[in-house]
Design a protein around this ligand. Structure first.
Ligand code: ASP
Ligand code: MG
Length: 415
């Protein structure tokens, strides 16, 4: 008998009928002899609806109150699910984050979990109850309800699994696992039966939205055995079958496994590029540009600096599209008076496409194959960045889907 955490996303909780299915699935696991903690999200669309209400009142809502509002979606979910479990004949009880308590820091709307108290929940588990705990929320040091950011229920589930030393954390969602790329872009994208935690972290940070990135960091740090799988299958299916489906996030590279060099292709259109042309090429310039940007709390992603020409150079970097205006303002008001660049331009019609694979650590030629594939399609590369297991390029966003399809094929990822 082991302790298992199930997490159900908004789609899985989307209607009373679906909640009944969740209860059937949980009941099956409980009857197979497991102790069960279930962490549901709000019903699909609910968090958006709640945040929309707040926005109707003000477009600068106070973050504490925003959390107070947004967290109610999960409170409804746990209550409904506990009732559905009871209707299945199980003993079940629901908790909000503050009742556990799940303690967070005070960063409303993006709080981090600091500790989880096992005492109360453990007593209920030991008494044979299924414990249903809200995703997405905890309680701040001031005693206010705090949320973990959009998609935060994944992080709640993994953190709870870590705190309770769960044997496995099963993330049930509306897709049946992690794919080589988004199947909406590449029809023959393939489900991966395993992906390493490092690869998953890259895929998530590059815009594959299967899991909230913090949940992957948590899973890696605490080595929580985490699996992504579909809740839209038969809830009464054979448990062993179920355990084999989905995608398991692993922590070691399995040397016995024939490892593909590339595991997946990620992409996003979330970034914009700023180019500062004709800046003096001398020590301290990168700092003069990016220091004020960082001080304004704007995240910078890809950075390139060109070779110097006549004592000046061009400097480009990307920021999140939503932060482009803020970054440009900082550049104009704080940076330009110091550096006297010839020209400052920006482009938000860009996309970032990345190939990810742990196999890159031991194979050469991945970059050249990537660049050749893009060249064959006539796609110009504007920026390049690499890590040990990833190569990203910035291209014009109108070529993004073409690039993803061509790379998926070139690296033999199709099913
Ligand atoms: N309900 C929250 C959201 O929509 C948290 C989650 O679903 O993970 O972002
Ligand atoms: Mg989600």
């Amino acid at each position: 008998m082991s302790l298992i955490v199930h997490k159900y996303g908004g789609t899985s909780m989307g209607s009373v009928e679906r909640i009944r299915n969740v209860a059937k699935r949980v009941a099956k696991w409980q009857r197979a002899g497991h102790q069960m903690i279930v962490v549901p999200s709000a019903m699909s669309g609910e968090t958006n609806r709640l945040l929309g209400l707040a926005k109707e009142i003000t477009d600068r809502p106070n973050p504490r109150e925003l959390d107070q509002i947004a967290a109610t979606g999960e409170q409804v979910s746990v209550g409904l699910l506990a009732l559905a479990l009871q209707a299945e004949g199980l003993d079940a009880i629901s908790f909000c984050g503050w009742q556990v308590p799940i303690k967070t820091d005070a960063a409303h709307t993006k709080a981090r979990i600091e500790s989880i108290d096992r005492t109360a929940v453990q007593a209920h588990l030991d008494a044979g109850r299924v414990v249903v705990i809200t995703g997405f929320q905890g309680v701040s040091p001031e005693g206010a309800v705090a949320t973990l950011g959009r998609g935060g229920s994944d992080t709640s589930a993994v953190a709870i699994a870590a705190a309770f030393d769960a044997a496995e954390c099963l993330i049930y969602t509306d897709v049946d696992g992690v794919y080589t790329t988004d199947p909406r872009v590449v029809a023959d994208a393939r489900r991966l039966s395993r992906i390493t935690f490092e690869e998953m972290l890259e895929m998530a940070s590059l815009g594959s939205k299967v899991l909230q990135i913090r949940s992957v960091e948590f899973a890696g740090k605490y080595k929580v055995k985490t699996r992504v799988l579909s809740s839209l299958t038969d809830p009464l299916m054979d448990l062993n079958d179920e355990a084999q489906s989905g995608t398991l996030i692993t922590y070691e590279e399995d040397p016995s496994m024939e490892q593909a060099v590339i595991s997946g292709i990620a992409f996003n259109r979330d970034e914009a590029k700023i180019t500062i042309a004709g800046v003096p090429d001398k020590p301290g310039v990168a700092y003069k540009i990016l220091g004020p940007v960082a001080a304004a709390n704007v995240d910078v992603d890809v950075i390139i600096q060109n070779a110097s020409h006549d004592g000046t150079t061009d400097f480009s970097f990307t920021v999140h599209r939503n932060e482009l205006a803020k970054a440009l303002e900082v550049i104009q008001t704080k940076v330009q008076p110091e550096i006297h660049a010839r020209e400052i331009t920006s482009d938000n019609q860009i996309a970032k496409v990345s190939v990810v694979g742990i196999g890159m650590k031991s194979h050469v030629g991945v970059a050249s194959q990537m660049f050749q594939t893009l060249a064959d399609e006539g796609i110009n590369i504007q920026m390049i960045s690499t890590s040990e297991i990833k190569i990203s390029v910035v291209i014009a966003d109108k070529y993004m889907e073409l690039a993803v399809r061509a790379l998926h094929k070139a690296f033999g990822l199709e099913s």
